[in-house]
Design a binder for this molecule. Structure first.
Ligand SMILES: [Zn+2]
Length: 258
């Protein structure tokens, strides 16, 4: 009698374990559907219409894309014929990137974005002058882009040249060097990597410069209609760091502004 009870108990435990294992296997084999809510969550996908309407969401969208990039899980969105066709009649980029020309910092790739997503202005050391300012104002006024990101990067050659302070700079390169020199001077006393310290300072200075730029950006920034922030791309890791010093005390959007 005792033996049969023991046998039944063992059988019951065995069956229960088998059933649990089966359930685990079932869960593991369950495929996540592409574009489902869960898939989007796992790939940090943020709705582009929301990012276009709200620059704070735009920053999150860029962060999510960069996270996919460094995790080797890019989805290469909006890079197909359907998107080409959908953009035939116009564009609504959710961010303007003011970045360096460096070939190691291709903006759409490092943020894992697609066609029509980013309005990009690139010069060495992301130094801006009249034509760049005009491009930014065009993006803000005509394309209604509400987010401007100044994107520097570590080991920037233009910043390195300004740190080394070469004497006989050929051609127009002197324009770049002269624009970056004030940032270099500001952080010359800091310990650590002089070039990367200057890269960061240069971004902060450029952000402040754009926030003060009359007649369009300054007013729109103060009204909270647009955001202008800074970030640095690390060429060793692929990671973009949005600089906290450019994210503090941002003006809040006023009601009924678009
Ligand atoms: Zn550079």
């Amino acid at each position: 009698m005792k033996k049969s009870i023991l046998f039944l108990m063992c059988l019951s435990i065995g069956l229960s374990t088998y059933s649990q294992e089966k359930q685990v296997k079932k869960n593991k084999s369950k495929k996540i559907e592409i574009d489902s809510v869960q898939w989007k969550k796992e790939h940090y996908v943020i709705n582009r219409d929301s990012a276009y309407a709200d620059p704070r969401i735009g920053i999150k969208k860029l962060m999510g894309g960069n996270k996919r990039f460094i995790e080797g899980r890019t989805i290469k969105p909006r890079q197909d014929m359907n998107t080409i066709k959908s953009l035939e009649n116009g564009q609504e980029p959710f961010a303007t990137i003011v970045g360096c020309s460096d070939s190691r910092v291709p903006n759409e790739m490092i943020f894992d974005q697609g066609l029509g997503d980013l309005f990009i202005i690139r010069t060495a050391g992301q130094v801006s002058a009249a034509a760049s300012y005009g491009s930014m104002e065009f993006a803000v006024l005509k394309l209604k882009t509400k987010l401007i990101v100044v994107l520097g990067h570590t080991e920037c050659g233009a910043v390195a040249a300004a740190v080394e302070r070469p004497e006989d700079v050929p051609g127009h390169i002197v324009t770049l060097i002269n624009e970056i020199k004030p940032a270099v001077a500001k952080c010359a006393h800091l310990p650590g990597n002089h070039v990367n310290n200057a890269v960061r300072q240069n971004v902060v200075d450029q952000v402040n410069n754009l926030r003060d730029l009359d007649p369009i950006l300054h007013k729109k920034y103060l009204n909270g209609e647009i955001l202008i922030v800074g970030a640095v791309y690390d060429i060793h890791t692929g990671k973009v760091e949005f600089l906290p010093e450019t994210l503090n005390n941002l003006p809040q959007p006023k009601k009924n502004t678009k």
